[in-house]
Design a protein around this ligand. Structure first.
Ligand SMILES: [Zn+2]
Length: 168
């Protein structure tokens, strides 16, 4: 499942000539036909996506940090490509919450996050900027997070996933 997301994200970036850091996720979303707006939303809501009659409207929380906004938009792209079959509404909050009614919804959130990470931090590009033999320091994490325009937390999780660093 994970491998499939990695491949799909990389192919998408390559097809749209976007395979370089920082990935221009907003341009990609617009190319994919999404209308993206930055709006005032409840502080715990990262983003909303409304899909109606084939039109995809995304609202991103205007008050959030740019890195978080980028991840949210990448997450919505994941939902659109992986989960949408008809009209739907997605409401994305920062943390997994009990309100998710079914295991199916939780699975979709995990998948959208995995896709978002692969889209914003493609393994192919990370490898070009990491010297695995030297080991990765906190400074490297900071440098990579800046280069890819993601949070240090997101980059750390990604480096764990790609087996560059040990989980805590
Ligand atoms: Zn979601």
């Amino acid at each position: 499942m994970t491998q499939q997301f990695e491949r799909r994200a990389t192919r998408l970036l390559r097809d749209h000539d976007a395979l370089s850091p920082p990935v221009d996720v907003e341009a990609l979303a617009r190319t994919l036909g999404m209308s993206v707006n930055f709006e005032e939303l409840d502080s715990d809501v990262s983003g909303l996506m409304l899909i109606e009659d084939g039109h995809v409207k995304v609202a991103i929380n205007a008050a959030h940090h740019r890195h978080r906004q980028r991840f949210t938009l990448a997450h919505e792209i994941g939902h659109m490509l992986l989960h949408v079959t008809g009209d739907r509404v997605f409401v994305d909050r920062r943390f997994f919450r009990n309100e998710w009614s079914s295991k199916g919804e939780l699975r979709e959130e995990i998948e959208a996050n995995a896709f978002a990470a692969a889209l914003l931090m493609p393994g192919l590009l990370i490898r070009q900027h990491v010297d695995a033999k030297k080991g990765i320091t906190d400074i490297d994490v900071f440098r990579l997070a800046t280069l890819f325009a993601v949070s240090e937390q997101a980059m750390t999780l990604r480096l764990v996933k790609l087996n560059y660093i040990e989980p805590d």
